[in-house]
Ligand binder design. Sequence first.
Ligand code: KG4
Ligand code: ZN
Length: 367
Amino acid sequence: MYAHHPPRIVQFGDSSINGSNHSMARILGIESTCDETAAAIVADGRSVLSNVVASQAHLHAKYRGVVPEIASRAHIENILPVIREALQQANVNLAEIDAISVAHRPGLIGSLLIGVTSAKTLAWSTAKPLIGVDHVHAHLYSVMLGENSPTPTFPAVGLVVSGGHTALYEMKSLIDVHLVGSTIDDAAGEAYDKVSAILGLGYPGGPIIDKFAEKGDPDSIKFPRTLLGRDSLDFSFSGLKTAVLYHVRGVPQKGVGWALPTKPLTDPQLANISASFQAACIDVITTKLKRAAKRLRAKSILIGGGVSANRGLRIALKQFPLPVLFPPLQYCTDNAAMSAALAHLFYENQSFSPLSLDAIPQSQFTR
Ligand code: KG4
Ligand code: ZN
């Protein structure tokens, strides 16, 4: 089908790509790392011309978590309509796009493959440069999409808090990023989703718990704050999740099962449990941010990922002794605008990916 367009592997420093004005370059971003199929067009690395997200949450809701097989099938169905919609909303056609970017790691392999294959096919068939980015890096970069957001000062501490990741990064610049701590079990968003399931509430759980927490007393139940010692920058949320389970159902008795019967919780009970759980999460996150900021002599904090939409976390961090940059709410959860924006930095350096770009389950940032 594409026989007249031979594959073109674009190398770093290949200045023959096109003659367009770099600073106004329009980049098509593609995102399919987990359960959102997304495409966006971003001009000059900051102006979001379109940002289309097809959520699959309704498909996974009855399982109370992402089912990988269902996710990759839905990506196959959604990807082309979503890309078309992004082009249409931005009022540009493919020929007017300067580069194609894709989050090619980390994520569910079956999901990643759909986005990566689509991006590579588009890049090959249109002879546009391809730019693979790390999804976690894109979450950190999402703070740059704010219209009025202050410019980050470096060194900075980066924090990604989402359904799949909870990790701290040393950022010497927007590109020079090193992992300094990560969760040893559940991610914070995963704990929100599981606590929501324990309470008989919906999926994704983060926004629901956040809403209930608003009306509850954060000191009503003393849930544990797992800090993993005095120096650790790692996180652990599975004990907190289990503490909520035992609070609701009692500690299981050998040979008897749950100590307390399942019965619907009242709204005031849901509010108090949610507020107390959220307070424990926020305490842990704030403590770790303070530790990291001190150790890395940070001048600012950059936070991204689904949990960065949390109302309670945003309020709590207003008191933080350093400037804390959050993305606008629409760029907290998975989207393609953040990777298209990050890709602009690579575009400016003509740092492109070969068409052999792989889908990789792990992040590029490891210890
Ligand atoms: O970044 P994201 O869309 O996907 C991953 O890369 O994992 O994050 C999704 C996660 C879900 O676990 C969801 O419950 C959580 O972000 N989340 C929230 C809020 N909004 C979404 N958690 C706490 N408070 C919120 N307001
Ligand atoms: Zn994400």
